[in-house]
Write a protein that binds this ligand. Structure first.
Ligand code: BV8
Length: 230
């Protein structure tokens, strides 16, 4: 049976009210990435970094999954083959829609100990002085992958792409690696690729569907489930 790997980015959560990163009013237009999303930033000012993620965690719990998240969870449930969903997003909207996902950039709703690596469900507000429940050190950080940190699940996702019949990228500008490199892996392996976005990116996809994810994703899911073919 045909298998699919789907990679999502901030665009799939945009209509749930969570910001994207690289639009004119995006997150990186309002915050200096170097001050909130690198290990150096955390070493320099952990309180500011925690505040940045506390604000995003607060927005995340107030947001609800949209029709695109719900459609992907349905596809994962009803498709007879494997559907691997990897996300660059740190929100939990895919899970709250019922999907299982690989969070390659970590998760807002998890905290991590910078000392021993222990992970636990994050309270709404985290601070650098929070004690790690495992080792007791005051070295709490968000369990999020910052720039120049190794993403989670990179090998698993690359493998999933290589064994897929179709690789789909939904709501990503394709600017951040290694996530942006998976489309090239698929293309070189002669695997079909498609992007779903508001606009064409320079990712050289074989196919594209353009428009808001809450319209384009449910329509595509309905089509593949009806056709039982990618
Ligand atoms: C790594 C944190 C190996 C969580 C993020 C020099 C040294 C070391 C590494 C590098 C280097 N130079 C470059 C790199 C690699 C670097 C990188 O790629 N940099 C870029 C900027 C060039 N990558 C890394 O550092 C990665 N690690 O390489 O490790 C290593 C380690 C050490 C030394 C050497 C190598 C780590 C990357 C992870 C960084 N963390 N975020 C957080 O705070 O959220 S990345 C950040 O960008 C977010 O996580 C986000 O998920 C990600 C990608 O953004 P998108 O999801 O694509 O969002 P964007 O706004 O860009 O686009 C939205 C899209 O949606 C648009 O196309 C828009 O049209 C569309 N859209 C909008 N609305 C809708 C829509 N589509 C449909 N419907 C709608 N309604």
């Amino acid at each position: 049976m045909q298998t699919m790997t789907i990679l999502t980015g901030a665009g799939i959560s945009a209509e749930s009210g969570l910001g994207t990163f690289r639009s004119r009013e995006g997150i990186w237009a309002r915050y200096d990435l170097a001050k909130v999303a690198t290990p150096e930033a955390f070493a320099r000012d952990p309180a500011m970094v925690h505040e940045f993620y506390n604000l995003r965690r607060d927005a995340c719990i107030k947001a609800v999954p949209n029709e695109a998240h719900i459609a992907l969870a349905r596809l994962q449930r009803e498709w007879p083959g494997d559907v691997v969903i990897a996300t660059q997003n740190v929100d939990d909207l895919h899970e709250r829609a019922g999907a299982s996902v690989l969070h390659m950039h970590g998760a807002l709703m998890r905290a991590r100990c910078a000392e021993c690596g222990h992970r636990w469900p994050a309270p709404i507000v985290t601070q650098a002085t929070d004690l790690c429940p495992h080792c007791g050190e005051a070295t709490t950080r968000p369990d999020v992958v910052w720039f120049r940190e190794y993403p989670y699940f990179d090998d698993e996702i690359s493998l999933a792409v290589r064994r897929s019949d179709l690789f789909v990228v939904i709501g990503s500008s394709g600017r951040v690696y290694p996530a942006a490199g998976y489309a090239g892996i698929a293309t070189r392996a002669k695997i079909r690729t498609m992007e779903i976005n508001m606009e064409r990116t320079d990712g050289n996809f074989e196919n594209g569907r353009y428009g808001p994810a809450t319209e384009t994703v449910p329509r595509w899911v309905d089509e593949v489930l009806r056709a039982q073919d990618v």
